[in-house]
Design a protein around this ligand. Structure first.
Ligand SMILES: [Fe+2]
Ligand SMILES: [Fe+2]
Length: 315
């Protein structure tokens, strides 16, 4: 897969096309629309578990609402704490790389986009709580961030580099959710609208970070390349960990017993299904790494193979 300079022209019309510039505030209509689904059922593994599927409709609706809320709360925090943390540094010329003024300006545009995504994610939680009467459970982002940043714990001198890699990884993943939610007419219109707006912006970001990674990789020393190649699979795996903590809290609050909740979580998020999901969602990201030569470095190939990526075993 090649990302050409022509594709990055998408940022030239950012002033007219970016969600923050071109779309109105999305609102929940005052009709029965809020009675639709909060989220597509096939994207909520624990909702499809037989022990949850057998429950009454209001309980399942509560679990569905909490799943949407956790995704919105996660997005609001992630955009600011992870994506902006690194992207603002690129924009400010503090990334440690030599980058063109155009790449820095485009990073500024991405910062504006991501702040807006965080804002409308929080706005959607507020509107939906109000209209549906279902309150969002408290959301704790810190455990996710600690695990994601923990990949760099053994390499404190390279924390900033790892933060750049986190953004490259996350911004080039294939998110089924961004594709599936807007098409699902059974889902609440506000949710479909904001996911559609988000997906359009993320298409630009994807092209940007694929190009950015090529610059980053091109400017690393041999020893840094070996380190990056070793760390990347861990960053991919941590970026795509399912939100089992939130799922557990939602099921407990819905009234299921501790034992039932443990069974539901263990069986809905077993190791093999989770790994398959990670491999699928990161296929394009890993293809980008492969194209840049990350898997040509023996350490990288080993690290990806050990983490269970079939692309690496095919080498
Ligand atoms: Fe975003
Ligand atoms: Fe983004």
């Amino acid at each position: 897969m090649t990302y050409t300079m022509a594709e990055l022209k998408v940022f030239e019309n950012w002033y007219d096309k970016a969600g923050v510039r071109a779309t109105p505030r999305r609102l929940t209509p005052q009709d029965r629309d809020v009675l639709k689904h909060f989220f597509p059922k096939h994207l909520i593994p624990h909702l499809n578990h037989p022990l949850v599927a057998a429950q009454e409709a209001p309980l399942r609706r509560y679990v569905e609402a909490q799943h949407l809320y956790q995704w919105l709360n996660f997005t609001a925090e992630f955009e600011v704490s992870v994506v902006l943390r690194a992207t603002q540094r690129i924009a400010d010329n503090k990334s440690g790389l030599e980058l063109s003024r155009r790449l820095r300006m485009d990073a500024f545009k991405i910062c504006v986009d991501e702040n807006y995504h965080a804002l409308y994610s929080m706005d959607a939680v507020d509107q939906l709580e109000h209209r549906s009467g279902i309150k969002s459970l408290d959301y704790e982002f810190q455990p996710f961030l600690a695990r994601l940043d923990g990949v760099a714990d053994a390499h404190p001198d390279h924390r900033r580099l790892v933060q750049l890699l986190q953004v490259v990884v996350f911004e080039t993943l294939i998110t089924a959710l961004l594709n599936d939610v807007p098409k699902d007419t059974g889902v609440i219109t506000l949710v479909r609208d904001i996911v559609k707006d988000h997906a359009i912006d993320e298409g630009r970001h994807h092209a940007y970070f694929a190009e950015f990674f090529k610059h980053l990789w091109g400017q690393l020393s041999t020893s840094e390349r070996r380190l990056v190649a070793r760390l990347l699979p861990g960053i991919v795996v941590e970026s795509l960990q399912p939100a089992t903590r939130s799922a557990r809290a939602a099921l407990r609050h819905a009234g299921l017993s501790d034992d039932t909740v443990t069974t539901v979580i263990n069986e809905s998020y077993d190791r093999v299904s989770v790994l398959n999901g990670i491999v699928h969602a990161s296929a394009r990201t890993v293809a980008l790494f492969e194209e840049c030569g990350v898997l040509d470095i023996p350490d990288g190939l080993d690290a990806f193979a050990r983490a269970g990526f079939p692309q690496a075993s095919a080498h």
